[in-house]
Write a protein that binds this ligand. Structure first.
Ligand code: HEM
Length: 400
Protein backbone atom coordinates (compact mmCIF):
# COMPACT_ATOMS: atom_id res chain seq x y z
CA UNK A 1 0.00 0.00 0.00
CA UNK A 2 1.29 3.49 -0.84
CA UNK A 3 2.35 5.57 2.19
CA UNK A 4 -0.17 8.18 3.28
CA UNK A 5 2.12 11.19 2.94
CA UNK A 6 0.88 14.54 4.21
CA UNK A 7 2.84 16.41 1.52
CA UNK A 8 1.85 15.49 -2.04
CA UNK A 9 2.93 18.37 -4.26
CA UNK A 10 2.63 16.38 -7.53
CA UNK A 11 -0.84 15.03 -7.01
CA UNK A 12 -3.13 16.59 -9.65
CA UNK A 13 -5.96 16.82 -7.12
CA UNK A 14 -3.80 18.91 -4.80
CA UNK A 15 -2.54 21.10 -7.60
CA UNK A 16 -6.16 21.88 -8.50
CA UNK A 17 -7.02 22.42 -4.84
CA UNK A 18 -4.15 22.32 -2.34
CA UNK A 19 -6.21 23.60 0.58
CA UNK A 20 -7.34 20.24 2.01
CA UNK A 21 -3.70 19.05 2.01
CA UNK A 22 -2.62 22.26 3.78
CA UNK A 23 -5.39 21.89 6.38
CA UNK A 24 -4.19 18.40 7.33
CA UNK A 25 -0.60 19.59 7.54
CA UNK A 26 -1.55 22.59 9.71
CA UNK A 27 -3.58 20.40 12.05
CA UNK A 28 -1.44 17.26 12.21
CA UNK A 29 2.16 18.41 11.71
CA UNK A 30 2.61 22.12 10.97
CA UNK A 31 6.42 21.87 10.83
CA UNK A 32 6.60 18.66 8.86
CA UNK A 33 9.69 16.78 7.66
CA UNK A 34 8.53 15.38 4.34
CA UNK A 35 9.42 12.31 2.35
CA UNK A 36 10.95 14.72 -0.21
CA UNK A 37 13.61 15.62 2.38
CA UNK A 38 12.51 19.15 3.24
CA UNK A 39 10.57 20.86 6.01
CA UNK A 40 7.04 21.91 5.06
CA UNK A 41 5.80 24.96 6.97
CA UNK A 42 2.06 25.63 6.89
CA UNK A 43 0.93 27.81 9.83
CA UNK A 44 0.77 31.61 9.62
CA UNK A 45 2.83 32.34 12.72
CA UNK A 46 5.68 29.97 11.72
CA UNK A 47 5.63 31.27 8.15
CA UNK A 48 5.90 34.87 9.27
CA UNK A 49 8.66 34.03 11.75
CA UNK A 50 10.73 32.21 9.12
CA UNK A 51 10.33 34.99 6.56
CA UNK A 52 11.45 37.60 9.10
CA UNK A 53 14.30 35.60 10.62
CA UNK A 54 17.67 36.31 9.02
CA UNK A 55 18.93 32.84 10.09
CA UNK A 56 16.83 31.49 7.24
CA UNK A 57 18.51 32.22 3.92
CA UNK A 58 17.29 32.24 0.33
CA UNK A 59 18.93 30.45 -2.56
CA UNK A 60 17.80 26.87 -2.19
CA UNK A 61 15.85 26.85 -5.45
CA UNK A 62 18.92 28.16 -7.25
CA UNK A 63 21.19 25.68 -5.47
CA UNK A 64 18.82 22.89 -6.41
CA UNK A 65 18.88 24.00 -10.02
CA UNK A 66 22.67 24.14 -9.97
CA UNK A 67 22.79 20.61 -8.54
CA UNK A 68 20.59 19.48 -11.42
CA UNK A 69 22.90 21.26 -13.84
CA UNK A 70 25.97 19.64 -12.24
CA UNK A 71 24.37 16.26 -12.54
CA UNK A 72 23.85 16.68 -16.27
CA UNK A 73 27.30 18.17 -16.94
CA UNK A 74 28.80 14.78 -17.70
CA UNK A 75 26.70 14.80 -20.85
CA UNK A 76 28.86 17.72 -22.05
CA UNK A 77 25.93 20.06 -21.94
CA UNK A 78 26.53 23.67 -21.11
CA UNK A 79 24.07 25.36 -18.77
CA UNK A 80 26.16 28.40 -17.98
CA UNK A 81 23.49 30.84 -19.22
CA UNK A 82 21.20 29.96 -16.32
CA UNK A 83 23.87 30.73 -13.79
CA UNK A 84 24.94 33.93 -15.56
CA UNK A 85 21.35 35.17 -15.85
CA UNK A 86 20.27 34.33 -12.32
CA UNK A 87 23.27 34.89 -10.12
CA UNK A 88 22.34 38.56 -9.71
CA UNK A 89 18.62 37.90 -8.96
CA UNK A 90 17.98 39.47 -5.54
CA UNK A 91 15.37 36.76 -5.05
CA UNK A 92 18.25 34.30 -4.54
CA UNK A 93 20.75 36.58 -2.80
CA UNK A 94 21.49 37.06 0.89
CA UNK A 95 23.14 40.03 2.61
CA UNK A 96 25.35 41.84 1.88
CA UNK A 97 24.67 41.44 -1.88
CA UNK A 98 20.89 41.36 -1.46
CA UNK A 99 20.89 44.58 0.58
CA UNK A 100 23.23 46.34 -1.83
CA UNK A 101 21.30 45.49 -5.01
CA UNK A 102 17.79 45.87 -3.54
CA UNK A 103 18.65 49.31 -2.15
CA UNK A 104 20.08 50.31 -5.50
CA UNK A 105 17.00 49.19 -7.49
CA UNK A 106 14.74 50.91 -4.97
CA UNK A 107 16.13 54.31 -5.89
CA UNK A 108 14.73 54.19 -9.43
CA UNK A 109 11.92 51.65 -8.99
CA UNK A 110 8.83 53.78 -9.47
CA UNK A 111 6.86 55.15 -12.35
CA UNK A 112 4.76 58.28 -12.28
CA UNK A 113 3.11 57.33 -15.56
CA UNK A 114 2.11 53.85 -14.46
CA UNK A 115 -1.68 54.47 -14.43
CA UNK A 116 -1.59 56.07 -17.90
CA UNK A 117 0.50 53.15 -19.24
CA UNK A 118 -1.88 50.53 -17.82
CA UNK A 119 -4.98 52.37 -19.08
CA UNK A 120 -3.49 52.65 -22.54
CA UNK A 121 -2.71 48.91 -22.55
CA UNK A 122 -6.18 48.01 -21.30
CA UNK A 123 -7.83 50.17 -23.96
CA UNK A 124 -5.67 48.56 -26.65
CA UNK A 125 -6.43 45.02 -25.49
CA UNK A 126 -10.14 45.49 -24.80
CA UNK A 127 -10.98 47.48 -27.93
CA UNK A 128 -10.01 44.48 -30.07
CA UNK A 129 -12.20 42.00 -28.25
CA UNK A 130 -15.37 40.36 -29.44
CA UNK A 131 -18.19 39.04 -27.24
CA UNK A 132 -16.38 35.78 -26.56
CA UNK A 133 -12.91 36.11 -25.13
CA UNK A 134 -10.46 34.16 -23.05
CA UNK A 135 -9.58 36.33 -20.07
CA UNK A 136 -6.27 34.50 -19.57
CA UNK A 137 -4.97 34.43 -23.16
CA UNK A 138 -6.45 37.71 -24.40
CA UNK A 139 -6.05 39.88 -21.32
CA UNK A 140 -4.26 38.38 -18.27
CA UNK A 141 -1.22 37.17 -20.22
CA UNK A 142 -0.40 40.12 -22.50
CA UNK A 143 -1.15 42.94 -20.04
CA UNK A 144 1.71 42.53 -17.49
CA UNK A 145 4.32 42.14 -20.27
CA UNK A 146 3.05 45.27 -22.04
CA UNK A 147 3.10 47.26 -18.80
CA UNK A 148 6.48 46.21 -17.45
CA UNK A 149 7.96 46.46 -20.98
CA UNK A 150 6.88 50.11 -21.18
CA UNK A 151 7.99 50.92 -17.61
CA UNK A 152 11.43 49.47 -18.32
CA UNK A 153 11.61 51.35 -21.64
CA UNK A 154 11.61 48.38 -24.03
CA UNK A 155 10.39 48.58 -27.65
CA UNK A 156 6.76 47.44 -28.06
CA UNK A 157 7.68 45.20 -30.97
CA UNK A 158 9.73 43.02 -28.56
CA UNK A 159 7.01 42.28 -25.98
CA UNK A 160 5.76 39.04 -27.52
CA UNK A 161 9.28 37.65 -27.85
CA UNK A 162 10.16 38.65 -24.29
CA UNK A 163 6.92 37.25 -22.94
CA UNK A 164 7.72 33.89 -24.58
CA UNK A 165 11.21 33.84 -23.06
CA UNK A 166 9.77 34.84 -19.66
CA UNK A 167 7.24 32.02 -19.66
CA UNK A 168 10.07 29.53 -20.17
CA UNK A 169 12.49 31.19 -17.75
CA UNK A 170 9.97 31.26 -14.88
CA UNK A 171 9.96 27.45 -14.92
CA UNK A 172 13.22 27.77 -13.01
CA UNK A 173 11.09 28.73 -10.00
CA UNK A 174 8.95 25.57 -10.17
CA UNK A 175 9.16 23.27 -7.18
CA UNK A 176 10.87 20.54 -9.13
CA UNK A 177 12.12 20.86 -12.70
CA UNK A 178 12.83 18.28 -15.41
CA UNK A 179 15.95 17.95 -17.55
CA UNK A 180 13.99 19.09 -20.60
CA UNK A 181 12.84 22.18 -18.71
CA UNK A 182 16.42 22.99 -17.66
CA UNK A 183 17.47 22.88 -21.31
CA UNK A 184 14.69 25.27 -22.29
CA UNK A 185 15.41 27.56 -19.34
CA UNK A 186 19.07 27.70 -20.39
CA UNK A 187 18.11 28.68 -23.92
CA UNK A 188 15.72 31.38 -22.71
CA UNK A 189 18.37 32.63 -20.24
CA UNK A 190 20.84 32.95 -23.14
CA UNK A 191 18.29 34.82 -25.23
CA UNK A 192 17.56 37.21 -22.35
CA UNK A 193 21.27 37.88 -21.74
CA UNK A 194 21.95 38.71 -25.43
CA UNK A 195 18.77 40.81 -25.63
CA UNK A 196 19.46 42.92 -22.53
CA UNK A 197 23.15 43.33 -23.40
CA UNK A 198 22.11 44.96 -26.66
CA UNK A 199 19.45 47.05 -24.90
CA UNK A 200 21.93 48.28 -22.27
CA UNK A 201 24.50 49.12 -24.96
CA UNK A 202 21.87 51.06 -26.92
CA UNK A 203 20.55 52.94 -23.89
CA UNK A 204 24.04 53.93 -22.75
CA UNK A 205 24.20 56.04 -25.92
CA UNK A 206 20.48 56.87 -26.19
CA UNK A 207 19.01 57.25 -22.69
CA UNK A 208 15.22 57.56 -22.26
CA UNK A 209 12.71 57.86 -19.40
CA UNK A 210 12.49 54.09 -18.75
CA UNK A 211 13.77 52.39 -15.60
CA UNK A 212 16.63 50.62 -17.42
CA UNK A 213 18.07 53.99 -18.48
CA UNK A 214 17.70 55.22 -14.91
CA UNK A 215 19.51 52.14 -13.59
CA UNK A 216 22.34 52.67 -16.10
CA UNK A 217 22.64 56.37 -15.27
CA UNK A 218 22.68 55.80 -11.50
CA UNK A 219 25.14 52.96 -11.86
CA UNK A 220 27.49 55.15 -13.88
CA UNK A 221 27.60 57.51 -10.87
CA UNK A 222 27.53 55.03 -7.98
CA UNK A 223 29.13 51.91 -9.55
CA UNK A 224 27.07 49.54 -7.40
CA UNK A 225 26.34 46.78 -9.95
CA UNK A 226 28.80 44.97 -12.15
CA UNK A 227 27.83 44.42 -15.80
CA UNK A 228 26.37 40.92 -15.19
CA UNK A 229 24.33 42.11 -12.20
CA UNK A 230 22.82 44.88 -14.30
CA UNK A 231 21.71 42.37 -16.93
CA UNK A 232 20.39 39.99 -14.23
CA UNK A 233 18.41 42.80 -12.65
CA UNK A 234 16.79 43.73 -15.99
CA UNK A 235 15.78 40.09 -16.51
CA UNK A 236 14.38 39.73 -12.98
CA UNK A 237 12.36 42.94 -13.20
CA UNK A 238 10.86 41.74 -16.47
CA UNK A 239 9.96 38.21 -15.34
CA UNK A 240 9.16 38.59 -11.60
CA UNK A 241 5.80 40.17 -12.21
CA UNK A 242 4.80 38.10 -15.24
CA UNK A 243 3.32 34.77 -14.22
CA UNK A 244 2.48 36.12 -10.75
CA UNK A 245 0.33 38.94 -12.17
CA UNK A 246 -1.30 36.64 -14.75
CA UNK A 247 -2.15 34.36 -11.86
CA UNK A 248 -3.72 37.09 -9.73
CA UNK A 249 -5.74 38.45 -12.64
CA UNK A 250 -7.00 35.12 -13.94
CA UNK A 251 -7.62 33.39 -10.61
CA UNK A 252 -9.07 36.60 -9.21
CA UNK A 253 -11.46 37.08 -12.10
CA UNK A 254 -12.48 33.44 -11.86
CA UNK A 255 -13.46 33.81 -8.20
CA UNK A 256 -15.31 37.06 -8.81
CA UNK A 257 -17.18 35.86 -11.91
CA UNK A 258 -18.23 32.76 -9.95
CA UNK A 259 -19.90 35.15 -7.49
CA UNK A 260 -22.14 37.37 -9.67
CA UNK A 261 -23.65 39.27 -6.70
CA UNK A 262 -20.26 40.34 -5.51
CA UNK A 263 -19.22 41.30 -9.01
CA UNK A 264 -22.37 43.46 -9.36
CA UNK A 265 -21.66 45.07 -6.01
CA UNK A 266 -18.14 45.98 -7.17
CA UNK A 267 -19.60 47.41 -10.40
CA UNK A 268 -21.81 49.73 -8.34
CA UNK A 269 -19.08 50.44 -5.77
CA UNK A 270 -15.70 50.44 -7.53
CA UNK A 271 -14.15 51.93 -4.40
CA UNK A 272 -14.37 48.43 -2.90
CA UNK A 273 -12.23 46.77 -5.59
CA UNK A 274 -8.92 47.38 -3.79
CA UNK A 275 -10.15 45.57 -0.66
CA UNK A 276 -11.51 42.72 -2.79
CA UNK A 277 -8.07 42.27 -4.40
CA UNK A 278 -6.44 41.75 -0.99
CA UNK A 279 -8.97 39.01 -0.29
CA UNK A 280 -8.34 37.41 -3.69
CA UNK A 281 -4.62 37.27 -2.89
CA UNK A 282 -5.33 35.79 0.56
CA UNK A 283 -7.96 33.31 -0.57
CA UNK A 284 -6.03 31.87 -3.53
CA UNK A 285 -2.45 33.12 -3.36
CA UNK A 286 -0.69 33.44 -6.77
CA UNK A 287 2.65 32.48 -5.17
CA UNK A 288 1.81 29.46 -3.06
CA UNK A 289 5.31 28.48 -2.04
CA UNK A 290 8.69 30.04 -1.34
CA UNK A 291 11.89 28.33 -0.21
CA UNK A 292 14.55 28.93 2.44
CA UNK A 293 17.69 27.22 3.81
CA UNK A 294 18.53 27.19 7.52
CA UNK A 295 21.75 29.19 7.93
CA UNK A 296 22.05 28.01 11.57
CA UNK A 297 20.49 25.29 13.73
CA UNK A 298 17.06 26.70 14.64
CA UNK A 299 14.02 25.83 16.75
CA UNK A 300 10.66 26.22 15.06
CA UNK A 301 7.41 25.36 16.81
CA UNK A 302 9.13 22.66 18.89
CA UNK A 303 11.15 21.14 16.05
CA UNK A 304 14.90 21.44 15.52
CA UNK A 305 15.93 22.43 12.04
CA UNK A 306 19.59 21.80 11.30
CA UNK A 307 21.89 24.17 9.46
CA UNK A 308 21.72 23.44 5.71
CA UNK A 309 18.26 21.87 5.76
CA UNK A 310 15.70 23.31 3.37
CA UNK A 311 12.24 24.67 4.06
CA UNK A 312 9.23 24.86 1.77
CA UNK A 313 7.04 27.62 3.10
CA UNK A 314 3.40 27.44 2.07
CA UNK A 315 2.13 31.03 1.83
CA UNK A 316 -1.18 29.71 0.45
CA UNK A 317 -1.66 27.71 3.63
CA UNK A 318 -0.63 30.51 6.01
CA UNK A 319 -3.29 32.67 4.36
CA UNK A 320 -5.94 30.08 5.27
CA UNK A 321 -4.88 29.65 8.90
CA UNK A 322 -8.02 29.86 11.09
CA UNK A 323 -5.88 31.04 14.03
CA UNK A 324 -5.49 34.34 12.18
CA UNK A 325 -8.37 34.59 9.69
CA UNK A 326 -11.95 34.09 10.81
CA UNK A 327 -13.84 31.77 8.46
CA UNK A 328 -10.50 31.31 6.67
CA UNK A 329 -11.89 29.04 3.93
CA UNK A 330 -14.58 31.54 2.97
CA UNK A 331 -14.09 34.26 0.39
CA UNK A 332 -15.19 37.43 2.18
CA UNK A 333 -14.95 40.20 -0.38
CA UNK A 334 -14.75 43.05 2.17
CA UNK A 335 -12.54 41.26 4.70
CA UNK A 336 -10.67 43.71 6.92
CA UNK A 337 -8.12 43.59 8.42
CA UNK A 338 -6.40 41.26 5.97
CA UNK A 339 -2.76 40.70 6.83
CA UNK A 340 -2.17 38.01 4.22
CA UNK A 341 1.33 36.89 3.31
CA UNK A 342 0.68 36.70 -0.44
CA UNK A 343 3.58 39.07 -1.21
CA UNK A 344 5.89 37.31 1.26
CA UNK A 345 7.47 39.14 4.20
CA UNK A 346 10.75 40.28 5.72
CA UNK A 347 13.79 41.25 3.65
CA UNK A 348 12.50 39.67 0.41
CA UNK A 349 9.01 41.20 0.54
CA UNK A 350 7.80 41.65 -3.05
CA UNK A 351 9.12 44.79 -4.76
CA UNK A 352 6.25 44.86 -7.27
CA UNK A 353 3.22 44.70 -4.93
CA UNK A 354 2.20 48.27 -5.82
CA UNK A 355 2.30 47.49 -9.54
CA UNK A 356 0.35 44.22 -9.20
CA UNK A 357 -2.30 45.97 -7.09
CA UNK A 358 -2.78 48.99 -9.40
CA UNK A 359 -2.80 46.86 -12.54
CA UNK A 360 -5.33 44.34 -11.22
CA UNK A 361 -7.59 47.08 -9.86
CA UNK A 362 -7.57 48.97 -13.17
CA UNK A 363 -8.23 45.77 -15.11
CA UNK A 364 -11.28 44.83 -12.99
CA UNK A 365 -12.54 48.43 -13.13
CA UNK A 366 -12.20 48.59 -16.93
CA UNK A 367 -14.01 45.30 -17.45
CA UNK A 368 -16.86 46.31 -15.13
CA UNK A 369 -17.18 49.74 -16.77
CA UNK A 370 -17.30 48.28 -20.28
CA UNK A 371 -19.49 45.24 -19.71
CA UNK A 372 -22.78 44.79 -17.86
CA UNK A 373 -22.35 41.05 -17.74
CA UNK A 374 -19.33 38.70 -17.68
CA UNK A 375 -20.38 35.08 -17.79
CA UNK A 376 -18.18 32.02 -17.63
CA UNK A 377 -18.63 29.61 -20.50
CA UNK A 378 -19.52 26.71 -18.21
CA UNK A 379 -16.17 24.92 -18.30
CA UNK A 380 -14.35 23.52 -15.28
CA UNK A 381 -11.28 25.61 -14.41
CA UNK A 382 -8.01 24.31 -15.86
CA UNK A 383 -5.02 24.89 -13.58
CA UNK A 384 -1.40 24.97 -14.68
CA UNK A 385 0.60 22.01 -13.48
CA UNK A 386 2.57 23.97 -10.91
CA UNK A 387 1.89 24.28 -7.21
CA UNK A 388 4.45 27.07 -6.69
CA UNK A 389 2.76 29.66 -8.95
CA UNK A 390 -0.88 28.79 -9.20
CA UNK A 391 -2.54 29.96 -12.38
CA UNK A 392 -5.47 29.19 -14.66
CA UNK A 393 -4.53 28.22 -18.20
CA UNK A 394 -7.77 29.51 -19.69
CA UNK A 395 -10.92 31.38 -18.69
CA UNK A 396 -13.33 31.67 -21.62
CA UNK A 397 -16.16 34.14 -20.96
CA UNK A 398 -19.01 35.84 -22.73
CA UNK A 399 -19.06 39.64 -22.42
CA UNK A 400 -22.17 41.80 -22.87
C1 HEM B 1 0.27 39.33 -7.90
C2 HEM B 1 1.49 39.57 -8.25
C3 HEM B 1 2.69 39.22 -7.43
C4 HEM B 1 2.83 38.34 -6.39
C5 HEM B 1 1.76 37.48 -5.74
C6 HEM B 1 4.22 38.39 -5.97
C7 HEM B 1 4.75 37.67 -4.92
C8 HEM B 1 6.05 37.74 -4.48
C9 HEM B 1 6.58 37.01 -3.36
C10 HEM B 1 5.82 36.04 -2.49
C11 HEM B 1 7.90 37.36 -3.23
C12 HEM B 1 8.86 36.89 -2.14
C13 HEM B 1 9.68 35.68 -2.55
C14 HEM B 1 10.48 35.11 -1.38
O1 HEM B 1 10.31 35.53 -0.23
O2 HEM B 1 11.29 34.20 -1.63
C15 HEM B 1 8.19 38.29 -4.29
C16 HEM B 1 9.44 38.86 -4.51
C17 HEM B 1 9.69 39.73 -5.54
N1 HEM B 1 8.79 40.27 -6.43
FE1 HEM B 1 6.82 39.85 -6.53
N2 HEM B 1 4.89 39.28 -6.77
C18 HEM B 1 3.99 39.82 -7.66
C19 HEM B 1 4.24 40.77 -8.63
C20 HEM B 1 5.45 41.36 -8.83
C21 HEM B 1 5.72 42.38 -9.82
C22 HEM B 1 4.67 43.00 -10.73
C23 HEM B 1 7.04 42.64 -9.76
C24 HEM B 1 7.88 43.60 -10.54
C25 HEM B 1 7.78 43.86 -11.78
C26 HEM B 1 7.62 41.83 -8.69
C27 HEM B 1 8.94 41.84 -8.32
C28 HEM B 1 9.47 41.10 -7.28
C29 HEM B 1 10.88 41.11 -6.94
C30 HEM B 1 11.98 41.91 -7.64
C31 HEM B 1 11.03 40.26 -5.84
C32 HEM B 1 12.33 39.90 -5.11
C33 HEM B 1 12.45 40.74 -3.87
C34 HEM B 1 13.66 40.34 -3.04
O3 HEM B 1 14.13 39.21 -3.14
O4 HEM B 1 14.15 41.21 -2.30
N3 HEM B 1 6.62 41.05 -8.17
N4 HEM B 1 7.06 38.52 -5.03
Amino acid sequence: MAADHLWKPFDRVHIANPYAMYKRLREEDPVHFSQTGEWIITRYEDTRNVLRNSDFLVGNRFEWLKKGIGYFKYKDLDFSNIEAAMKGFILFLNPPHHTRIRKFIHQVWNSREVSAIIQHNLDTLLSHQSESIDLVKDLGKPLPAMTIGKILGLPESDYIYLKEQGTVMIKALDLYISFKDIMHVNEAAGNFISYFRKIVEHKQKNPDQGIISKLIELNAQEKVLDGDELISTCILLFIAGEETSVSLMSTGLYHLISRPHELDDLRSNPGKIATAIEELIRYDAPVQIVGRIAGEDCELNGKTIRKGETLTICLGSANRDPEVFEKADEFIVDREPNKHLGFGGGAHYCMGDWLARIQTEMMIRSLLERYKSIEMKGVAPKWNNNLAIRCLTELPVKLR
